[in-house]
Design a protein around this ligand. Structure first.
Ligand SMILES: *[C@@H]1O[C@H](CO)[C@@H](O)[C@H](O)[C@H]1NC(C)=O
Ligand SMILES: *[C@@H]1O[C@H](CO)[C@@H](O)[C@H](O)[C@H]1NC(C)=O
Ligand SMILES: *[C@@H]1O[C@H](CO)[C@@H](O)[C@H](O)[C@H]1NC(C)=O
Length: 650
């Protein structure tokens, strides 16, 4: 048999002696539809609806001569994708019925099989196996996750919680609404007049030996000669998508091994926010899937073809999972990037406030335009790292979207905005200022030392520190400066970062390191502590450049003079002094003098002390640095941070 292309959707093998017909198709009813991909979706997101898929032609189930029902076996693969994780809708039922569906059936607890008057009538001639995900007391349901054998109605003759027995006879639970593909088999033996029902996960090629349900009952009084076989499912006030995946009938007692090969991955319940996820349904069930079938089997098989994912995924996305938003999604969230939604403009682009439809999550969308393909590619590759960074003092990057030369970065929304908005207004106390410094220290320590690879921020400044609703400081925009680092040209000194915060060696070499981050962080510390900008053109001459002024006062022995009186009077002068000195060392022009973030944390927490002779070291290094001494590391007195015994054990 040659199977090719998309024709492989439906394969039909019919043993004429059993059906008397050469072929049969499934007919859908209600909300059911045949998915392009090759299986039936019995219910969609419509509530209080039912859907059915039945054979177009009936099977000969009962001998007309003696009225007996010969042995038969029916196997289906199915899956249920609930709207809510722990709450199914109503469920589905494998139905053997004299008609294609039952006229006037109801949804909800009636599963699209009966209605309130037909339920339980002996004239129904319906035998079904229900996969019930809702506990209906009117039908004496045992729980909301059970399998039951029903005859002519919805009250089960026999039922059991969903699951199977393993080789050792242990019962293993299965959740019907777990989105897992499962197999349900019903086997009727005429000599024993016994109906066995077995549930198992699809990946189990060989069925469990012990059935879940076994009913000793002659079915011949209930079944008619010609019967239709199919599935019905219904939804109530909660939605669920019920899938019928593959189906197999055998005119005898049979427990065939059925190997699905690759088990299809079903898409999550469709949310308004991401219709896209429905498109990323990747199933790759191939023809070989059912090869394990017994050769004389009779049945219909649905073949699930590998479908090309519509969007071309970036290489890293395949490796690390996508954080990609659809442009339409962001466009909608920001009301079309309206000016009213604009939160601010930064060096790298505009930031818009948005609300993701479906989840109501507040987001900040940064729109960055960039024309260098190379820089963009590298930055996108870095997003796989950045997107996985998680720290309470980092602004979370939720994802990105790329559209032509524009890049959109999606962050958690920070209601209090960026630090530079109120840093200079003297409204912050020293306690608050110190907490901000300490928070950003934690974030940088995490980026430099705690993450599996070193992440360099490249653009530390008050505008990139955001304040969350609990007044915690969070560092944002990490790595973005790298996007502008490409094609760095020493001749023009175009360096990514913000003027004033760029370390001197970065201008010389163009190479960002953890030490260039520390340089910018040192200036940030001074700015936050003193509550003024790095350069204040209208100040007195000696006060124009903040660092120079602090250095000058330090040498004079009154470093605290540089701090605003309101801040200074409040608290712990010793701590203020340490932070100022630390800020000066961190922003030292000679990279080797700057401490690491690990040192900084220890000093801020009082675990380590600044060296006694720190001022001498700073001045000596400055002199040598200015004189261009090559081997600086050897020429600077050793800079070590001694343990502070007084402060230990706090
Ligand atoms: C669900 O099925 C019903 C009934 O066929 C149909 O009217 C409705 O448009 C479908 N809804 C969706 C979202 O496909
Ligand atoms: C199986 O389900 C029952 C009933 O819900 C529960 O009591 C039991 O703990 C479950 N067992 C396992 C192994 O999950
Ligand atoms: C039903 O299962 C029992 C084991 O519990 C087995 O002995 C019997 O043969 C099975 N009947 C059919 C029809 O498969």
């Amino acid at each position: 048999m040659i199977m090719s292309g998309n024709l492989l959707l439906l394969l039909l093998l019919v043993l004429s002696s059993f059906t008397g017909k050469s072929e049969s198709l499934f007919i859908t009813e209600g909300s059911a539809s045949l998915e392009a991909i090759g299986f039936f979706r019995l219910t969609n997101t419509t509530k209080h609806a039912y859907g059915q898929a039945f054979n177009s032609e009936p099977y000969l189930i009962k001998n007309s001569s003696d009225g007996t029902v010969p042995s038969f076996s029916v196997t289906f693969f199915f899956a249920i994708v609930p709207e809510r994780e722990h709450n199914g809708s109503h469920g589905m039922a494998l139905v053997i019925s004299p008609t294609r569906g039952i006229p006037g059936a109801f949804p909800d607890q009636y599963l699209g099989v009966f209605n309130d008057t037909s339920n339980g009538l002996s004239s129904n001639h319906v035998v079904s196996v229900e996969l019930d995900t809702h506990k209906d007391d009117e039908f004496d349901d045992i729980d909301d996750n059970h399998v039951g054998i029903n005859i002519n109605g919805l009250r089960s003759v026999k039922s059991a919680p969903a699951g199977y027995y393993d080789k050792d006879g242990n019962f293993i639970n299965l959740s019907l609404i777990s989105r897992r593909v499962m197999r349900i088999s019903i086997v009727y033996s005429q000599p024993e007049t016994q109906l066995n029902v077995t549930l198992s996960p699809a990946e189990m090629v060989t069925q469990p030996e012990q059935p879940l349900l076994s009913l000793n009952q002659d079915l011949s009084p209930y079944l008619l000669e010609e019967m239709y076989v199919g599935f019905s499912a219904s939804t109530g006030s909660v939605g669920s998508i019920h899938y019928m995946l593959g189906y197999y009938i055998f005119p005898d007692v049979a427990y065939p091994s059925l190997d699905l090969g690759v088990i299809p991955v079903l898409p999550p319940y469709p949310r308004k926010a991401s219709q896209r996820t429905r498109n990323i349904l990747v199933v790759s069930l191939t023809f070989s899937a059912f090869v394990a079938l017994v050769s004389s089997a009779v049945g219909f098989f649905f073949y699930l073809r590998h479908k090309k994912v519509k969007e071309v995924l970036e290489e890293w996305e395949i490796k690390y999972g996508p954080h990609r938003f659809a442009y339409e999604e962001l466009y909608k969230a920001t009301k079309g990037f309206k000016d009213k939604q604009l939160l601010g403009r930064g060096g790298f682009g505009q930031v818009y406030k948005g609300i993701l439809s479906g989840s109501d999550a507040e987001i900040a969308v940064k729109r960055v335009s960039h024309d260098s393909r190379q820089g963009m590619d590298e930055f996108l590759a870095e997003i796989s790292t950045i997107g996985r960074l998680r720290h309470p003092n980092l602004v979370r990057l939720l994802g990105y979207c790329r559209r032509k030369a524009e890049l959109f970065l999606v962050y958690d929304f920070m209601p209090n905005g960026s630090l530079d908005k109120f840093l200079y207004s003297e409204s912050l106390t020293w306690v608050q200022r110190f907490k901000i410094i300490r928070d950003v220290t934690s974030a940088l320590f995490y980026l430099h030392h705690e993450w599996v690879q070193i992440v360099i921020h490249r653009d530390i400044k008050p505008a990139n520190v955001l304040i969350d609703h609990q007044m915690n400081a969070r560092l944002g925009d990490f790595g973005l400066a790298k996007l502008y680092d490409q094609g760095y040209d020493p001749q023009t000194s175009r360096v990514a970062g913000t003027i004033g915060y760029i370390a001197p060696e970065l201008v010389r070499t163009g190479k960002a390191t953890t030490r260039t981050d520390v340089y910018a962080f040192g200036l940030f510390m001074l700015e936050v502590t003193c509550g003024r900008r790095l350069i204040q053109p209208r100040a007195e001459d000696r006060e124009v450049v903040l660092v120079d002024w602090i250095m000058d006062r330090w040498e004079n022995g009154d470093i605290l003079e540089t701090v605003d009186e309101r801040i200074r009077q409040e608290h712990d002068r010793e701590q203020l002094e340490v932070v100022l000195k630390l800020g000066v060392i961190c922003s030292h022009p000679v990279a080797e003098v700057r401490p690491s973030m690990a040192d900084i944390i220890r000093i801020l927490d009082g675990v380590s002390n600044l060296p006694e002779n720190i001022l001498d070291i700073v001045k000596a290094a400055e002199f040598r640095g200015a004189a261009g001494v090559a081997n600086l590391r050897n020429s600077i007195p050793n800079l070590t941070y001694t343990e502070s015994f007084t402060s230990q054990g706090r």
